[in-house]
Ligand binder design. Sequence first.
Ligand SMILES: C[S@@+](CC[C@H](N)C(=O)[O-])C[C@H]1O[C@@H](n2cnc3c(N)ncnc32)[C@H](O)[C@@H]1O
Length: 242
Amino acid sequence: MWALEALCDPLTIGVLARLRLPRQCNCLELGAGRGSIARWLATQCLHGSVLATDTDIHHLRRLREPNLTVVQHDVVDGPEFRQGAFGLIHSRALFTHLPDRDAVLSRVAGWLAPGGWLVVEEPILLPTGALLDPAVGDALTAFEHLMADALGSDFQWARNLPAALRAAGLAEVDVSGALAATSGGGAINEFWRVTLAHLSTDMVDAGLIDHITLRHALDRFNDPDYRDFTMAFVCAWGRSTS
Ligand SMILES: C[S@@+](CC[C@H](N)C(=O)[O-])C[C@H]1O[C@@H](n2cnc3c(N)ncnc32)[C@H](O)[C@@H]1O
Protein backbone atom coordinates (compact mmCIF):
# COMPACT_ATOMS: atom_id res chain seq x y z
CA MET A 1 0.00 0.00 0.00
CA TRP A 2 1.20 3.53 -0.79
CA ALA A 3 2.52 5.33 2.32
CA LEU A 4 0.02 8.19 1.97
CA GLU A 5 -2.88 5.73 1.80
CA ALA A 6 -1.61 3.77 4.80
CA LEU A 7 -1.22 7.02 6.68
CA CYS A 8 -4.52 8.70 5.81
CA ASP A 9 -7.10 6.07 4.91
CA PRO A 10 -8.22 5.45 8.53
CA LEU A 11 -9.09 9.16 9.05
CA THR A 12 -10.68 9.49 5.61
CA ILE A 13 -12.78 6.35 5.91
CA GLY A 14 -13.80 7.29 9.46
CA VAL A 15 -15.16 10.65 8.27
CA LEU A 16 -16.83 9.27 5.14
CA ALA A 17 -18.49 6.48 7.16
CA ARG A 18 -19.94 9.09 9.56
CA LEU A 19 -21.71 10.81 6.66
CA ARG A 20 -23.80 7.66 6.03
CA LEU A 21 -23.82 8.06 2.27
CA PRO A 22 -26.84 6.53 0.54
CA ARG A 23 -26.08 3.40 -1.47
CA GLN A 24 -27.22 5.15 -4.65
CA CYS A 25 -24.87 8.12 -4.09
CA ASN A 26 -22.93 9.40 -7.10
CA CYS A 27 -19.39 10.25 -5.94
CA LEU A 28 -16.52 12.24 -7.41
CA GLU A 29 -12.98 11.59 -6.20
CA LEU A 30 -10.61 14.42 -7.26
CA GLY A 31 -6.87 13.78 -7.55
CA ALA A 32 -7.55 10.11 -6.80
CA GLY A 33 -3.88 9.04 -6.90
CA ARG A 34 -3.76 5.25 -6.61
CA GLY A 35 -7.47 5.07 -5.86
CA SER A 36 -7.83 3.49 -2.42
CA ILE A 37 -10.65 5.86 -1.46
CA ALA A 38 -12.35 5.71 -4.87
CA ARG A 39 -12.36 1.92 -4.52
CA TRP A 40 -13.73 2.11 -0.97
CA LEU A 41 -16.49 4.47 -2.09
CA ALA A 42 -17.42 2.07 -4.90
CA THR A 43 -17.97 -0.70 -2.33
CA GLN A 44 -20.17 1.60 -0.18
CA CYS A 45 -22.27 3.17 -2.93
CA LEU A 46 -23.09 -0.08 -4.71
CA HIS A 47 -26.20 1.30 -6.44
CA GLY A 48 -24.55 4.60 -7.27
CA SER A 49 -21.32 5.45 -9.07
CA VAL A 50 -17.80 6.70 -8.47
CA LEU A 51 -15.93 8.93 -10.89
CA ALA A 52 -12.20 8.84 -10.07
CA THR A 53 -10.27 11.71 -11.65
CA ASP A 54 -6.63 12.75 -11.74
CA THR A 55 -4.29 14.49 -14.14
CA ASP A 56 -2.26 11.27 -14.06
CA ILE A 57 -4.48 8.17 -14.28
CA HIS A 58 -1.62 5.71 -14.65
CA HIS A 59 -2.32 3.98 -11.31
CA LEU A 60 -6.11 4.23 -11.57
CA ARG A 61 -6.31 2.12 -14.73
CA ARG A 62 -6.00 -1.09 -12.68
CA LEU A 63 -9.25 -0.39 -10.75
CA ARG A 64 -11.95 -2.88 -11.74
CA GLU A 65 -15.05 -2.05 -9.66
CA PRO A 66 -18.12 -2.16 -11.97
CA ASN A 67 -19.57 1.14 -10.69
CA LEU A 68 -16.24 3.02 -10.90
CA THR A 69 -15.11 5.09 -13.89
CA VAL A 70 -11.69 6.67 -14.34
CA VAL A 71 -11.32 9.97 -16.21
CA GLN A 72 -8.25 12.10 -16.77
CA HIS A 73 -9.20 15.57 -15.55
CA ASP A 74 -7.46 18.71 -14.28
CA VAL A 75 -9.52 20.23 -11.47
CA VAL A 76 -7.96 23.68 -12.02
CA ASP A 77 -8.69 24.23 -15.69
CA GLY A 78 -10.37 21.03 -16.90
CA PRO A 79 -13.95 20.85 -18.16
CA GLU A 80 -16.72 21.69 -15.70
CA PHE A 81 -18.85 18.89 -14.32
CA ARG A 82 -22.61 19.39 -14.36
CA GLN A 83 -23.93 21.59 -11.53
CA GLY A 84 -25.57 19.36 -8.92
CA ALA A 85 -24.11 16.13 -10.34
CA PHE A 86 -22.65 14.55 -7.17
CA GLY A 87 -23.87 13.53 -3.72
CA LEU A 88 -20.28 13.35 -2.49
CA ILE A 89 -17.08 15.00 -3.66
CA HIS A 90 -13.88 14.02 -1.90
CA SER A 91 -10.24 15.01 -2.30
CA ARG A 92 -7.09 14.45 -0.27
CA ALA A 93 -3.64 16.04 -0.42
CA LEU A 94 -4.64 17.96 -3.53
CA PHE A 95 -5.65 21.57 -2.75
CA THR A 96 -2.41 22.25 -0.83
CA HIS A 97 -0.63 22.05 -4.19
CA LEU A 98 -3.13 23.91 -6.41
CA PRO A 99 -2.95 27.51 -7.61
CA ASP A 100 -5.88 29.72 -6.61
CA ARG A 101 -7.11 26.93 -4.31
CA ASP A 102 -9.98 28.85 -2.67
CA ALA A 103 -11.53 29.71 -6.04
CA VAL A 104 -11.16 26.09 -7.20
CA LEU A 105 -12.85 24.91 -4.00
CA SER A 106 -15.84 27.20 -4.66
CA ARG A 107 -16.18 25.92 -8.23
CA VAL A 108 -16.02 22.31 -7.04
CA ALA A 109 -18.74 23.00 -4.43
CA GLY A 110 -21.04 23.98 -7.31
CA TRP A 111 -20.93 20.40 -8.63
CA LEU A 112 -22.70 19.13 -5.48
CA ALA A 113 -26.34 18.05 -5.56
CA PRO A 114 -28.58 19.70 -2.92
CA GLY A 115 -27.67 18.06 0.39
CA GLY A 116 -24.43 16.65 -1.09
CA TRP A 117 -21.18 16.61 0.89
CA LEU A 118 -17.79 18.06 0.02
CA VAL A 119 -15.01 16.40 2.04
CA VAL A 120 -11.50 17.84 1.76
CA GLU A 121 -8.47 16.48 3.57
CA GLU A 122 -5.09 18.21 3.58
CA PRO A 123 -1.81 18.08 5.52
CA ILE A 124 -0.41 20.65 7.91
CA LEU A 125 3.36 20.66 8.35
CA LEU A 126 4.07 21.25 12.04
CA PRO A 127 6.59 24.00 12.85
CA THR A 128 9.89 22.57 11.62
CA GLY A 129 11.94 24.69 14.04
CA ALA A 130 10.29 22.86 16.95
CA LEU A 131 11.29 19.35 15.90
CA LEU A 132 13.45 17.40 18.34
CA ASP A 133 16.21 16.70 15.81
CA PRO A 134 17.43 19.87 14.02
CA ALA A 135 18.54 17.84 10.98
CA VAL A 136 14.98 16.57 10.50
CA GLY A 137 13.77 20.14 10.93
CA ASP A 138 16.22 21.29 8.23
CA ALA A 139 15.11 18.52 5.86
CA LEU A 140 11.42 19.33 6.28
CA THR A 141 12.12 23.07 5.89
CA ALA A 142 13.96 22.28 2.64
CA PHE A 143 11.00 20.14 1.52
CA GLU A 144 8.50 22.92 2.33
CA HIS A 145 10.55 25.53 0.40
CA LEU A 146 11.12 23.28 -2.59
CA MET A 147 7.41 22.47 -2.88
CA ALA A 148 6.46 26.14 -2.47
CA ASP A 149 8.93 27.18 -5.19
CA ALA A 150 8.06 24.34 -7.59
CA LEU A 151 4.27 24.14 -7.21
CA GLY A 152 3.20 26.98 -4.93
CA SER A 153 2.30 24.39 -2.27
CA ASP A 154 1.09 25.81 1.04
CA PHE A 155 1.36 23.34 3.92
CA GLN A 156 -0.51 25.68 6.28
CA TRP A 157 -3.59 26.29 4.10
CA ALA A 158 -5.47 23.38 5.72
CA ARG A 159 -5.79 25.45 8.92
CA ASN A 160 -8.23 27.55 6.92
CA LEU A 161 -10.26 24.65 5.52
CA PRO A 162 -13.44 25.04 7.61
CA ALA A 163 -13.54 28.78 6.77
CA ALA A 164 -12.88 28.01 3.09
CA LEU A 165 -15.80 25.55 3.01
CA ARG A 166 -18.09 28.13 4.62
CA ALA A 167 -16.89 30.76 2.13
CA ALA A 168 -17.79 28.30 -0.65
CA GLY A 169 -21.39 28.48 0.60
CA LEU A 170 -21.53 25.14 2.41
CA ALA A 171 -23.46 24.45 5.61
CA GLU A 172 -22.99 21.97 8.50
CA VAL A 173 -19.23 22.53 8.24
CA ASP A 174 -17.18 20.47 10.65
CA VAL A 175 -13.62 19.24 10.92
CA SER A 176 -11.58 16.38 12.31
CA GLY A 177 -7.87 15.69 12.37
CA ALA A 178 -5.12 13.19 13.02
CA LEU A 179 -1.59 13.69 14.27
CA ALA A 180 0.97 11.34 12.74
CA ALA A 181 3.56 10.12 15.28
CA THR A 182 6.88 8.92 13.91
CA SER A 183 7.83 5.39 14.88
CA GLY A 184 10.29 3.07 13.11
CA GLY A 185 7.78 0.98 11.17
CA GLY A 186 5.07 3.63 10.84
CA ALA A 187 3.51 5.00 7.68
CA ILE A 188 4.73 8.56 8.30
CA ASN A 189 8.34 7.31 8.43
CA GLU A 190 7.85 5.51 5.13
CA PHE A 191 6.20 8.64 3.68
CA TRP A 192 9.17 10.84 4.64
CA ARG A 193 11.78 8.27 3.56
CA VAL A 194 10.23 7.98 0.10
CA THR A 195 9.45 11.70 -0.29
CA LEU A 196 12.82 13.05 0.89
CA ALA A 197 14.77 10.46 -1.10
CA HIS A 198 12.75 11.32 -4.23
CA LEU A 199 13.40 15.07 -3.83
CA SER A 200 16.96 14.84 -2.48
CA THR A 201 18.77 15.90 -5.66
CA ASP A 202 16.43 18.86 -6.24
CA MET A 203 16.73 20.03 -2.62
CA VAL A 204 20.55 19.81 -2.63
CA ASP A 205 20.88 21.38 -6.11
CA ALA A 206 18.67 24.28 -4.99
CA GLY A 207 21.01 24.88 -2.03
CA LEU A 208 18.22 24.17 0.46
CA ILE A 209 20.14 21.46 2.36
CA ASP A 210 23.48 19.60 2.22
CA HIS A 211 23.93 15.85 1.66
CA ILE A 212 25.18 15.11 5.19
CA THR A 213 22.24 16.76 6.96
CA LEU A 214 19.79 15.08 4.61
CA ARG A 215 21.42 11.67 5.17
CA HIS A 216 21.14 12.18 8.92
CA ALA A 217 17.45 13.09 8.61
CA LEU A 218 16.76 10.01 6.49
CA ASP A 219 18.54 7.84 9.06
CA ARG A 220 16.27 9.18 11.80
CA PHE A 221 13.23 8.00 9.84
CA ASN A 222 14.78 4.50 9.89
CA ASP A 223 15.42 4.67 13.63
CA PRO A 224 12.77 2.85 15.73
CA ASP A 225 13.64 5.04 18.74
CA TYR A 226 13.07 8.34 16.89
CA ARG A 227 9.70 9.64 18.10
CA ASP A 228 8.35 13.04 17.15
CA PHE A 229 5.46 14.75 15.36
CA THR A 230 6.03 16.24 11.93
CA MET A 231 2.66 16.46 10.24
CA ALA A 232 -1.05 16.53 10.99
CA PHE A 233 -3.95 15.85 8.63
CA VAL A 234 -7.10 17.93 8.65
CA CYS A 235 -10.32 16.53 7.22
CA ALA A 236 -13.14 19.06 6.86
CA TRP A 237 -16.58 18.67 5.35
CA GLY A 238 -19.60 20.74 4.50
CA ARG A 239 -22.99 20.28 2.86
CA SER A 240 -24.63 21.98 -0.08
CA THR A 241 -27.91 23.68 0.64
CA SER A 242 -28.74 24.66 -2.93
C1 LIG B 1 -0.34 13.78 -3.09
S1 LIG B 1 -1.23 12.92 -4.30
C2 LIG B 1 -2.66 12.35 -3.39
C3 LIG B 1 -3.36 11.19 -4.05
C4 LIG B 1 -4.63 10.69 -3.33
N1 LIG B 1 -5.62 11.76 -3.23
C5 LIG B 1 -4.32 10.15 -1.96
O1 LIG B 1 -4.44 10.88 -0.97
O2 LIG B 1 -3.94 8.99 -1.86
C6 LIG B 1 -1.95 14.23 -5.27
C7 LIG B 1 -2.67 13.73 -6.51
O3 LIG B 1 -3.30 14.85 -7.13
C8 LIG B 1 -3.09 14.78 -8.53
N2 LIG B 1 -3.19 16.15 -9.06
C9 LIG B 1 -2.28 17.15 -8.96
N3 LIG B 1 -2.74 18.27 -9.56
C10 LIG B 1 -3.97 17.97 -10.03
C11 LIG B 1 -4.96 18.71 -10.74
N4 LIG B 1 -4.74 19.99 -11.09
N5 LIG B 1 -6.13 18.10 -11.07
C12 LIG B 1 -6.35 16.81 -10.72
N6 LIG B 1 -5.44 16.05 -10.06
C13 LIG B 1 -4.27 16.62 -9.72
C14 LIG B 1 -1.72 14.16 -8.67
O4 LIG B 1 -1.54 13.58 -9.95
C15 LIG B 1 -1.73 13.13 -7.55
O5 LIG B 1 -2.25 11.88 -7.97
